[in-house]
Design a protein around this ligand. Structure first.
Ligand code: BGC
Length: 439
């Protein structure tokens, strides 16, 4: 080897050592030695008017307790988390989990737990006395393998039919007649005859808005049927209850706004608020939209269980958890404590439209819709976990269900949809690991 080459090599080695060594020295003395910023970073999808007001109220409770912690909210728009869920999976898998993120109780948590991305929080449950204050049905939904992995902040009801009371009054429609599908469709016909071509408002931009309506129609076909559905026990595409549900949905779609596929859930609710449509089926986060619009329950709007679902409470439960490797582990725990606290729940839920997950809430803080909901929850004959909102069935089925519902809304092919449901159950066969007993 020429002497010059040897010199060049030696110099290159020295230069590399100096650069790398200097870099490491800088990293250890400056970056690592610097105290980490005292932050809490949370992700959620609460971006509509009512949703944002509610999460801001919860964050305000946290900030009053921990004024030295900077809170970074990272909302990802898209109702029911249809955008955020994919974002979060990728972040968590890449080791970039925030300090806590919104997740539904039940099956939606499972992939994270299976991959070891969440810390069990049994100690926190014990320390906070949560065992005593949350209802059994909710406790079961946040436990996997006998361990707690999340804290519920609320209980939403999915099977709610919202109506514009001024329209109903004007056309002499008694809400008591809306308890059956026939009564409901008679009211739609009446309104159409009076010039309201599309009395039902529906969104569909994320597909789930359509599946949400169909899910409630499924529930209306009986708790036995719904239990079979979520346990993956339906096998026959000609099952009369399945066919009937699709036929009802077909009729329902006759009265829906044709531009549904471009509409978000809250834009659909806004049409009812403005009196452009009379009805919408949506979870009781819709109540938050009526409230921020300054509407008064019982005067401007009303709500009843979706036809055929009286006595059933379709559950949607929002939670936060403790991701493994969270950057600010202590703040993550502080956040969970606030989320599970009576004070936190009583600040968040009166605005959000949900009822508190805790049983010891201060009812005087809640408006008339929620007081009625709290009462309905306590007296419910059956509780049923929502598929569309992450709880009732494996994610693989839930996502196929969104696609089937949205395809049906345009092709209106009852037998294709029935076959699609059975195929989707079969395709997810191995993932039904929970046996629901709803009755
Ligand atoms: C969540 C609610 C939320 C709604 C619309 C549901 O899945 O549980 O908290 O308001 O989606 O975004």
């Amino acid at each position: 080897m020429a002497i010059k080459t040897v010199y060049a090599l030696v110099i290159a080695v020295i230069v590399t050592a100096v650069v790398v060594g200097g870099g490491l020295y800088y990293y250890y003395t400056t970056v690592l030695a610097k105290p980490r910023a005292n932050l809490l970073e949370i992700y959620h999808w609460w971006t509509s008017g009512g949703e944002k007001a509610a999460i801001d109220a919860l964050v305000a409770v946290f900030q009053a307790k921990y004024p030295d912690v900077g809170v970074i909210q990272s909302p990802v728009a898209g109702g029911a988390g249809y955008v955020m869920k994919a974002v979060m999976k990728a972040m968590v898998a890449a080791g970039e989990a925030p300090d806590a993120f919104q997740v539904h109780a039940g099956y939606e948590m499972k992939p994270y737990i299976d991959a070891g991305y969440l810390d069990p929080i049994d100690d926190l449950w014990a320390q906070q006395g949560w065992e005593e204050v949350f209802p059994p049905v909710v406790k079961d939904m946040v436990k996997w393998g006998g361990r707690y992995y999340a804290v519920p902040v609320n209980i939403h009801r999915a099977n709610v039919l919202w109506y514009n009371k001024h329209i109903l009054d004007q056309y002499g429609i008694d809400p008591a007649t809306l308890e059956t599908w026939d009564g409901f469709f008679a009211a739609c016909e009446k309104l159409r005859a009076a010039g309201i071509r599309h009395p039902i408002a529906m969104g569909g931009i994320g597909k789930w808005e359509i599946a949400h309506a169909l899910e409630q129609i499924f529930v209306s076909q009986g708790i036995e049927f719904y239990q079979d559905l979520i346990n993956g026990k339906l096998t026959d595409p000609n099952d009369s209850r399945l066919v009937k549900a699709l036929q009802i949905f077909n009729r329902y779609l006759d009265y829906v706004n044709p531009d549904y596929a471009t509409l978000t859930w809250d834009q659909a609710v806004a049409r009812v608020i403005r009196g452009e449509a009379a009805f919408t089926i949506m979870g009781d986060w819709a109540n938050g939209e009526f409230l921020v619009a300054g509407k008064v329950f019982g005067v401007d709007y009303g709500a009843i269980p979706v036809p055929g679902t009286k006595g059933i409470y379709v559950l949607v439960v929002d939670c936060f958890e403790r991701p493994k490797g969270a950057r600010h582990p202590e703040n993550s725990i502080k956040w969970l404590i606030v989320v599970g606290s009576r004070e936190g729940q009583d600040a968040f839920n009166p605005i959000k439209g949900s009822i508190p997950a805790r049983l010891d809430a201060d009812i005087t803080k809640y408006g008339p819709y929620q007081r009625q909901a709290i009462n309905d929850f306590r007296n419910a004959k059956y509780m049923a976990p929502s598929i569309v909102h992450g709880s009732g069935a494996p994610e693989k089925f839930a996502s196929a269900f969104n696609d089937i519902s949205s395809a049906f809304a345009s092709n209106r092919d009852v037998s294709a949809a029935c076959r699609g449901i059975i195929d989707a159950i079969n395709a997810a066969k191995d993932e039904y690991v929970k046996e629901w007993r709803l009755y």
